[in-house]
Design a protein. Sequence first.
Length: 248
Amino acid sequence: MMRRQFQDREDLEQYLRQEFPRAEGGLSPFLGGRAAAEDKLASFPVSRYAGTRNFLSGAVSRLSPYIRHGVITLREVYERFAAAKSEKFVQELAWRDYWQRVYVEIGDGVWQDREPSKTGVPYQDALPEDWGSTGLACMDGFAEELESTGYLHNHARMWTAAYLVHWRRAAWQAGARWFLQHLLDGDPASNNLSWQWVASTFSWKPYIFNRENLERYTGGRYCMDCARRDNCPFEKSYEALTLELFQL
């Protein structure tokens, strides 16, 4: 039987390294438990959410791992912030509830295209061999962050999914599987149906982004030192990218 009591997180990490010597990485910066979840609830500046949520430095709740594992419920979160009248935040809670309701109806059907793809191009059911070492500072950074912390800002998840599906022609299922291997808040409902939204198999068009969008919401922190900054695959207009990536 595994130990359940530890002096501190360092003691916990040392114990886990002894028990699982082949496991890579360290502990996630997320603290588990009800007390940590309540601290997140108390410190979340919901009034800033709508205006800043797309920025990686924006005011997001980071409550999803606690919701995913039942530490707190969607109802609790909603009731805590309903009076704040943050329509955008409530909409995000509603999306999470919707994904779960779809999952109840279709189960493992979340692994199948819900609609035909709108891109007109074929895909490979595997991640690219260079994934994590593409030379693109943004994508390599997102991959490293997810693997080391178990978390990614939602905008970074969308960029990652769009890159893998639309630029690298990886089937959305391959990316969804990789996310579920690492996300602390990963569940087949929100995860898979969000990947399908990006891929256009559960939406009316594929989601893409360009360098201007990425630089704006990251504060340019990746592009500044990127080895491929002078040969960036995202350095185009949305119209040009649509013509390049899809067969419409």
